[in-house]
Design a protein around this ligand. Structure first.
Ligand SMILES: [Fe+2]
Length: 369
């Protein structure tokens, strides 16, 4: 055995901490190490996160969007004009797995075609007259519509309306970056891709959700449906109002893959939620992060003891394993859209959640008075 592999007499009498420090330099020469006393723990008893819970108010965002719209051009090479919801606890991202951004596109503008490995979607907040083309399928986009851009699907947007168009863009780019799996291709044959000969092909084949073309092609494990119109989603939510209320979320439905079930995207979960007047939710915490987007109504969400009173257009990011509970003390129902990373955590076996019992929840509840 070489001298490097032999315990020295001095090491044999050292404390464990000193022995670890003494080994550090020799081990480093061979790209090895042992846990050092001042290293952060490899395991924590429960999830920890640098991400912060954040509330963005529409009253702040709206003037910022107008300013960004006036100052920033839509660039060439597939660039976009987006106001990113930047988490102050992170160097990158709204959460540690995804970016949520507000895209602002002016009449007459074209957001040129590109594609990337990151899965993306857009949920329309304001405006009309803009269309998006995803792998040749062109969809008009109106308020409340959801359009998916799965990994490596070509996509471009054209605004033929007369007012600025605003939507929520979400990409799992933080996740794909941490997995070092990021590719990006600008479309090199013009700003816009050619259109499919059948308009809205995937919606015509699969969009009803309960019926489907038996011979329409789809790839097993992938969602063939690209568009989820507002009217269908809100009709489904109204039907769900007749079900027993969810103890935490009141009335909530997930956008799903109509062929194989499960979430509409592999990494991002999208949900539409009605929090009815007078609802007081049970506190819950779960692994993974989420972003709430308030569409209609007023209410409050208590997150780790901090109360956020929200209004239409507001966004709230909730970090992993944070206790949170919703309250609607207004006299009107509220409607929220939310995105989370639960499909990715569930696929990896990392999803866990806890609910406070109604009795235990009283302490958390006091913050909502
Ligand atoms: Fe994109």
């Amino acid at each position: 055995m070489s001298a490097l592999g032999t315990t020295t007499p001095a090491e044999a009498t050292m404390t464990d901490g000193d022995a670890r420090r003494a080994l550090k330099a020799d081990l480093a020469r061979f790209n090895c190490r042992v846990h050092q006393p001042d290293d952060p723990p490899l395991f924590t008893r429960e999830p920890t996160s640098d991400m912060q819970n954040v509330h963005w108010r529409w009253t702040d965002l709206e003037p910022l969007l107008e300013r960004v719209g006036a100052a920033i051009a839509i660039g060439s090479g597939g660039q976009r004009r987006t106001l990113r919801l930047a988490n102050p606890g992170l160097a990158f991202g709204t959460t540690h797995t995804f970016w949520g951004s507000i895209q602002y596109i002016l009449p007459g503008e074209v957001a040129a075609a590109h594609r990337h490995t990151a899965n993306a979607f857009r949920f329309i907040l304001h405006g009309t007259g803009c269309s998006t083309t995803v792998d040749g399928e062109c969809y008009e986009m109106n308020e409340g519509d959801l359009v998916l851009t799965p990994s490596m699907a070509w996509h471009d947007h054209v605004h033929r309306g007369s007012e600025p168009m605003i939507w929520l863009d979400v990409l799992d780019i933080s996740l794909s970056r941490s997995l070092q799996a990021t590719f990006f291709d600008p479309y090199d044959q013009g700003d816009m891709q050619p259109l499919d000969s059948v308009p809205e092909r995937s919606y015509r084949a699969f969009g009803s959700g309960v019926m489907g073309s038996p011979r329409a092609p789809y790839r097993r494990g992938s969602n063939p449906l690209l568009a989820y119109p507002r009217q269908q989603a809100e009709t489904a939510l109204e039907l769900a109002c007749g079900l027993p209320a969810d103890p935490c979320d009141d009335v909530i439905l997930e956008y799903r893959n109509p062929v194989e079930g499960g979430p509409a995207m592999k990494t991002l979960g999208m949900k539409l939620q009605k929090i009815r007047a007078g609802f007081r939710g049970q506190p819950r915490r779960h692994t993974g992060s989420k972003l709430l987007c308030v569409l209609r109504g007023h209410g409050s969400t208590l997150v780790d003891g901090q109360r956020y009173d929200w209004a239409p257009g507001d966004f709230i990011a909730i970090k992993p394993w944070a206790w949170h509970a919703h309250l609607n003390a207004s006299g009107e129902d509220a409607l929220l859209f939310q995105v989370d990373d639960s499909p990715a955590l569930q696929a990896l076996g990392y999803y866990r959640e806890e609910l406070l019992s109604p009795h235990d929840g009283q302490a958390a509840d006091e913050g909502m008075q």
